[in-house]
Design a binder for this molecule. Sequence first.
Ligand SMILES: Cc1cc2nc3c(=O)[nH]c(=O)nc-3n(C[C@H](O)[C@H](O)[C@H](O)COP(=O)(O)OP(=O)(O)OC[C@H]3O[C@@H](n4cnc5c(N)ncnc54)[C@H](O)[C@@H]3O)c2cc1C
Length: 379
Amino acid sequence: MSGLFELPEKYVELQREGRALAAQVVDIAARADEAERADPEVRELLQASGLCELMVPAEFGGRFEKVDSLAVTVVREALAAESAHLDSMFAMQGIGSYALGVAGSDAVRKRWLPAVTSVDAIAALALTEPHVGSDLRAISTRVEQRDDELVLTGHKSFITNAGDAAMYTVLAKEGDGYSLVVVPADTPGVSVQHPHQVIAPHILGDVLLDDVRVPLDHRVGESGKGFKLMLATLATFRVSVAGAAVGLAESALREAVRHTSGREQFGVPISQLGPVPAMLATSWTDVEMARALTYRAAAAAAEDPLGSLHLSSLAKVGATEAAGRVVDRSVQVMGRFGIVRGSKIERLYREARPMRIYEGSTEVILDSLAKRLVKEVTR
Ligand SMILES: Cc1cc2nc3c(=O)[nH]c(=O)nc-3n(C[C@H](O)[C@H](O)[C@H](O)COP(=O)(O)OP(=O)(O)OC[C@H]3O[C@@H](n4cnc5c(N)ncnc54)[C@H](O)[C@@H]3O)c2cc1C
């Protein structure tokens, strides 16, 4: 399978780095995917790779002047081809800390960004609540300024890295607006529960905030401007989910091609039987179309994340839905071998599913894209 998109050398080198890291987890990916906490070996390999330098600006130990969406996207493509656990660990270092790099106080940046870069600290972003997912303006977690402290109370749910994170970037209501606040995990009043087990390898848990007090400089940016910062995070990282989906889909397709070329039924390889060749080629089409859109959107996001959010959204929906189709077809052409627990294809099948839900579900994104489309065409 050859790529159809020429990347500048800087990104080709990052692809190589990503693939080299992914190759090291091949033998431990299955084990790590059953983990309920961050796998120490995966964490050490990520640490040693230096790839989390992509997640913070150069000023704080990062590799590039600012976080570059295309760089993150091509690395996630490589990592997700082998391990969703590794991919998630990498992605969350950026998603959980991005707002700090944009608008954090000096003290907070110095404390957390170098530690996030070196993976000495694991980061998390806490938006979702038990009764609130897509409609984030309805959150009930509150932050209040009392003298020289910020006091938080609330319940965050389905938070990636809960329990492993050293810090949570928390979205809370403050007066009539919303603020983002950095909450170190060891602050009194913070506790973590793990009420859910999910089908795919994600370290997930609920974070309870009971009268949690942090210094004023832990508010990220101005009071009431947290939603805008959260959108900036989304605009930078949403397209990287598409990258992960492309990597996963290609990996599933390769499994299907290997299996169907090596196994014969009715005296011929399955890859030549009935609709199977068309299914494989249709999946290839899905992968390459998704990759082309993803790279285009990621290149635009690298220049202007907020201005190109619609492209990132198109890529996120296009690539995650394509990955769903590709893994499903791959399982089908592998027959009973496609559903054996612990096999790579079975793992990829489970790993593909949540991608269509997190960081904006397909339907929520399509709804906002449709509004933009109608506005553009009819103005
Ligand atoms: C693996 C995983 C990791 C996650 N990690 C984090 C994390 O680190 N931090 C965090 O804060 N959250 C995290 N989440 C939560 C995630 O952000 C939410 O699942 C997501 O926002 C959707 O919310 P919900 O699941 O409550 O679905 P709901 O909001 O209940 O929506 C359910 C479905 O209803 C439909 N729907 C809802 N609203 C609309 C609309 N306006 N238009 C059209 N259809 C609509 C869609 O089909 C949607 O999928 C994670 C979730 C998963 C699965």
